[in-house]
Design a protein around this ligand. Structure first.
Ligand SMILES: CC(C)(COP(=O)(O)OP(=O)(O)OC[C@H]1O[C@@H](n2cnc3c(N)ncnc32)[C@H](O)[C@@H]1OP(=O)(O)O)[C@@H](O)C(=O)NCCC(=O)NCCS
Length: 198
Protein backbone atom coordinates (compact mmCIF):
# COMPACT_ATOMS: atom_id res chain seq x y z
CA UNK A 1 0.00 0.00 0.00
CA UNK A 2 2.80 2.41 0.86
CA UNK A 3 4.63 1.77 -2.45
CA UNK A 4 1.41 2.15 -4.39
CA UNK A 5 0.63 5.43 -2.59
CA UNK A 6 4.16 6.66 -3.40
CA UNK A 7 3.64 5.91 -7.10
CA UNK A 8 0.38 7.90 -7.00
CA UNK A 9 2.12 10.82 -5.31
CA UNK A 10 4.96 10.75 -7.83
CA UNK A 11 2.48 10.79 -10.73
CA UNK A 12 0.76 13.74 -9.07
CA UNK A 13 4.08 15.63 -9.15
CA UNK A 14 5.22 15.36 -5.53
CA UNK A 15 8.97 15.10 -4.95
CA UNK A 16 9.20 14.60 -1.18
CA UNK A 17 6.93 12.68 1.16
CA UNK A 18 6.78 12.85 4.96
CA UNK A 19 4.81 10.66 7.33
CA UNK A 20 2.99 11.76 10.44
CA UNK A 21 4.81 11.10 13.73
CA UNK A 22 4.89 7.30 13.98
CA UNK A 23 5.44 4.93 16.90
CA UNK A 24 7.88 2.02 16.60
CA UNK A 25 5.15 -0.49 15.60
CA UNK A 26 3.90 1.85 12.84
CA UNK A 27 7.21 2.48 11.11
CA UNK A 28 8.12 -0.87 9.56
CA UNK A 29 6.02 -0.68 6.40
CA UNK A 30 7.42 2.77 5.62
CA UNK A 31 11.04 1.77 6.33
CA UNK A 32 10.61 -1.24 4.01
CA UNK A 33 9.35 1.11 1.29
CA UNK A 34 12.53 3.22 1.52
CA UNK A 35 11.60 5.86 4.08
CA UNK A 36 14.23 7.01 6.59
CA UNK A 37 13.90 9.01 9.84
CA UNK A 38 13.84 12.77 9.32
CA UNK A 39 13.16 13.79 12.94
CA UNK A 40 12.64 12.15 16.32
CA UNK A 41 10.09 13.18 18.88
CA UNK A 42 9.56 12.64 22.59
CA UNK A 43 6.21 11.15 23.49
CA UNK A 44 4.74 12.25 26.82
CA UNK A 45 1.60 11.23 28.65
CA UNK A 46 -0.35 12.22 31.74
CA UNK A 47 -3.55 11.18 33.44
CA UNK A 48 -6.31 13.74 33.80
CA UNK A 49 -7.39 13.12 37.38
CA UNK A 50 -5.55 16.09 38.91
CA UNK A 51 -4.82 19.07 36.72
CA UNK A 52 -2.39 21.95 37.28
CA UNK A 53 -3.73 25.48 37.68
CA UNK A 54 -3.52 27.76 34.66
CA UNK A 55 -2.09 31.29 34.47
CA UNK A 56 -4.93 33.86 34.33
CA UNK A 57 -4.90 34.32 30.56
CA UNK A 58 -8.13 34.82 28.64
CA UNK A 59 -8.58 32.36 25.77
CA UNK A 60 -11.26 32.53 23.11
CA UNK A 61 -12.45 30.86 19.93
CA UNK A 62 -10.71 31.52 16.66
CA UNK A 63 -12.49 33.95 14.33
CA UNK A 64 -12.89 33.21 10.65
CA UNK A 65 -11.15 36.47 9.79
CA UNK A 66 -7.97 35.60 11.68
CA UNK A 67 -6.91 32.26 10.20
CA UNK A 68 -4.12 33.97 8.32
CA UNK A 69 -2.80 35.51 11.54
CA UNK A 70 -3.04 32.16 13.35
CA UNK A 71 -1.04 30.51 10.55
CA UNK A 72 1.47 33.36 10.82
CA UNK A 73 1.90 32.66 14.55
CA UNK A 74 2.45 29.00 13.68
CA UNK A 75 5.07 29.98 11.10
CA UNK A 76 6.87 32.18 13.63
CA UNK A 77 6.81 29.52 16.33
CA UNK A 78 7.90 26.48 14.31
CA UNK A 79 10.87 25.68 12.06
CA UNK A 80 9.92 25.05 8.39
CA UNK A 81 9.61 21.25 8.71
CA UNK A 82 6.90 21.60 11.35
CA UNK A 83 4.99 24.64 10.07
CA UNK A 84 1.29 24.36 9.31
CA UNK A 85 -0.73 26.60 7.03
CA UNK A 86 -4.38 27.26 7.81
CA UNK A 87 -5.36 24.07 5.94
CA UNK A 88 -2.91 22.00 7.98
CA UNK A 89 -4.24 23.45 11.24
CA UNK A 90 -7.74 22.47 10.07
CA UNK A 91 -6.48 18.95 9.34
CA UNK A 92 -4.88 18.73 12.80
CA UNK A 93 -8.31 19.60 14.24
CA UNK A 94 -10.07 16.96 12.15
CA UNK A 95 -7.55 14.24 13.12
CA UNK A 96 -9.79 13.28 16.06
CA UNK A 97 -13.60 12.93 16.27
CA UNK A 98 -13.86 15.98 18.54
CA UNK A 99 -11.51 18.87 19.08
CA UNK A 100 -11.11 22.20 20.77
CA UNK A 101 -9.13 25.15 19.48
CA UNK A 102 -8.45 28.25 21.55
CA UNK A 103 -6.59 31.45 20.80
CA UNK A 104 -4.80 33.87 23.14
CA UNK A 105 -4.66 37.50 22.06
CA UNK A 106 -2.84 40.68 23.06
CA UNK A 107 -4.30 43.98 24.33
CA UNK A 108 -5.36 44.92 20.79
CA UNK A 109 -7.04 41.53 20.31
CA UNK A 110 -4.38 40.24 17.89
CA UNK A 111 -3.80 36.49 18.14
CA UNK A 112 -0.47 35.68 19.84
CA UNK A 113 -0.89 31.96 20.42
CA UNK A 114 -3.17 29.04 19.77
CA UNK A 115 -3.71 25.51 20.95
CA UNK A 116 -5.57 22.50 19.58
CA UNK A 117 -6.70 19.56 21.71
CA UNK A 118 -8.43 16.47 20.35
CA UNK A 119 -10.24 13.50 21.83
CA UNK A 120 -10.86 10.01 20.56
CA UNK A 121 -12.76 7.96 23.15
CA UNK A 122 -10.88 7.98 26.44
CA UNK A 123 -7.69 9.16 24.78
CA UNK A 124 -6.89 12.86 24.65
CA UNK A 125 -4.24 14.62 22.60
CA UNK A 126 -2.70 18.04 22.83
CA UNK A 127 -2.26 18.37 19.08
CA UNK A 128 -0.67 21.76 18.71
CA UNK A 129 0.60 24.62 20.83
CA UNK A 130 2.21 27.67 19.29
CA UNK A 131 3.05 31.03 20.84
CA UNK A 132 4.42 34.01 18.91
CA UNK A 133 8.07 34.60 19.90
CA UNK A 134 7.36 38.07 21.30
CA UNK A 135 4.70 36.64 23.66
CA UNK A 136 6.71 33.71 25.06
CA UNK A 137 7.45 33.29 28.75
CA UNK A 138 4.26 34.90 30.05
CA UNK A 139 2.23 31.79 30.62
CA UNK A 140 0.35 31.67 27.29
CA UNK A 141 1.66 28.19 26.40
CA UNK A 142 0.78 26.87 29.87
CA UNK A 143 -2.71 28.40 29.68
CA UNK A 144 -3.35 26.79 26.28
CA UNK A 145 -2.16 23.33 27.41
CA UNK A 146 -4.13 23.44 30.69
CA UNK A 147 -7.24 24.62 28.83
CA UNK A 148 -6.92 21.63 26.50
CA UNK A 149 -6.45 19.25 29.45
CA UNK A 150 -9.53 20.63 31.23
CA UNK A 151 -11.62 20.30 28.11
CA UNK A 152 -10.42 16.73 27.60
CA UNK A 153 -11.29 15.78 31.16
CA UNK A 154 -14.73 17.44 30.92
CA UNK A 155 -15.39 15.36 27.77
CA UNK A 156 -14.50 12.09 29.48
CA UNK A 157 -10.88 11.50 28.39
CA UNK A 158 -8.71 9.83 31.03
CA UNK A 159 -5.22 10.38 29.62
CA UNK A 160 -3.56 12.93 27.37
CA UNK A 161 -0.65 12.45 24.99
CA UNK A 162 1.63 15.11 23.63
CA UNK A 163 4.80 14.99 21.58
CA UNK A 164 7.63 17.36 20.89
CA UNK A 165 10.85 17.41 18.89
CA UNK A 166 13.94 16.00 20.64
CA UNK A 167 15.71 19.34 20.59
CA UNK A 168 12.72 21.39 21.82
CA UNK A 169 13.89 21.82 25.38
CA UNK A 170 11.54 24.67 26.08
CA UNK A 171 8.43 22.69 25.19
CA UNK A 172 9.73 19.60 27.01
CA UNK A 173 10.28 21.65 30.18
CA UNK A 174 6.78 23.10 29.89
CA UNK A 175 5.13 19.69 29.50
CA UNK A 176 7.11 18.10 32.35
CA UNK A 177 6.19 21.05 34.57
CA UNK A 178 2.52 20.50 33.67
CA UNK A 179 2.67 16.88 34.85
CA UNK A 180 3.43 14.98 31.63
CA UNK A 181 5.84 12.06 31.89
CA UNK A 182 8.19 10.84 29.18
CA UNK A 183 7.17 7.52 27.60
CA UNK A 184 9.65 4.82 26.55
CA UNK A 185 8.46 4.81 22.94
CA UNK A 186 9.80 7.59 20.77
CA UNK A 187 8.06 8.81 17.65
CA UNK A 188 9.71 9.45 14.31
CA UNK A 189 8.73 11.42 11.25
CA UNK A 190 9.98 9.46 8.24
CA UNK A 191 10.65 10.86 4.81
CA UNK A 192 11.55 9.82 1.28
CA UNK A 193 12.37 11.50 -2.02
CA UNK A 194 10.39 10.70 -5.15
CA UNK A 195 11.46 10.83 -8.76
CA UNK A 196 15.12 10.07 -8.06
CA UNK A 197 15.11 6.90 -10.20
CA UNK A 198 16.63 7.36 -13.65
C1 LIG B 1 6.85 25.89 23.84
C2 LIG B 1 5.93 27.10 23.86
C3 LIG B 1 4.51 26.68 23.46
C4 LIG B 1 5.90 27.67 25.27
O1 LIG B 1 5.01 28.78 25.29
P1 LIG B 1 5.15 29.95 26.37
O2 LIG B 1 3.99 30.85 26.23
O3 LIG B 1 6.49 30.56 26.31
O4 LIG B 1 5.02 29.07 27.71
P2 LIG B 1 4.89 29.62 29.19
O5 LIG B 1 5.11 31.08 29.23
O6 LIG B 1 3.63 29.10 29.75
O7 LIG B 1 6.07 28.85 29.89
C5 LIG B 1 7.41 29.05 29.42
C6 LIG B 1 8.30 29.53 30.55
O8 LIG B 1 7.94 30.83 30.96
C7 LIG B 1 7.78 30.86 32.38
N1 LIG B 1 6.68 31.77 32.69
C8 LIG B 1 5.38 31.53 32.48
N2 LIG B 1 4.65 32.58 32.91
C9 LIG B 1 5.53 33.51 33.34
C10 LIG B 1 5.39 34.80 33.88
N3 LIG B 1 4.20 35.37 34.08
N4 LIG B 1 6.51 35.47 34.19
C11 LIG B 1 7.72 34.90 33.99
N5 LIG B 1 7.91 33.67 33.50
C12 LIG B 1 6.83 32.98 33.18
C13 LIG B 1 7.42 29.47 32.75
O9 LIG B 1 7.79 29.18 34.09
C14 LIG B 1 8.21 28.66 31.77
O10 LIG B 1 9.49 28.46 32.25
P3 LIG B 1 10.32 27.18 31.80
O11 LIG B 1 10.70 27.43 30.36
O12 LIG B 1 11.46 27.15 32.71
O13 LIG B 1 9.38 26.00 31.92
C15 LIG B 1 6.45 28.23 22.94
O14 LIG B 1 7.78 28.49 23.28
C16 LIG B 1 6.36 27.90 21.46
O15 LIG B 1 5.36 28.16 20.82
N6 LIG B 1 7.45 27.33 20.92
C17 LIG B 1 7.54 27.01 19.49
C18 LIG B 1 6.51 26.01 19.07
C19 LIG B 1 6.55 24.80 19.95
O16 LIG B 1 7.62 24.35 20.31
N7 LIG B 1 5.37 24.26 20.28
C20 LIG B 1 5.24 23.10 21.09
C21 LIG B 1 6.00 21.96 20.51
S1 LIG B 1 5.07 20.59 20.11
Amino acid sequence: MVSSALRDLERAGYRRVLTAALGSHERQAFLSAGFAPVAWLHLLSRTLDELPSAPPIVLRRVRRSEWERVAEVDGQAFAPLWRLHATGIGEARRATPSNRMRVASDASDRAIGYGVAGRSGLQGYIQRVAVAPEAEGRGVGSALVVDGLRWLRARGATTALINTQFDNERALRLYLRLGFRLQDDRLAVLGTQLGTAA
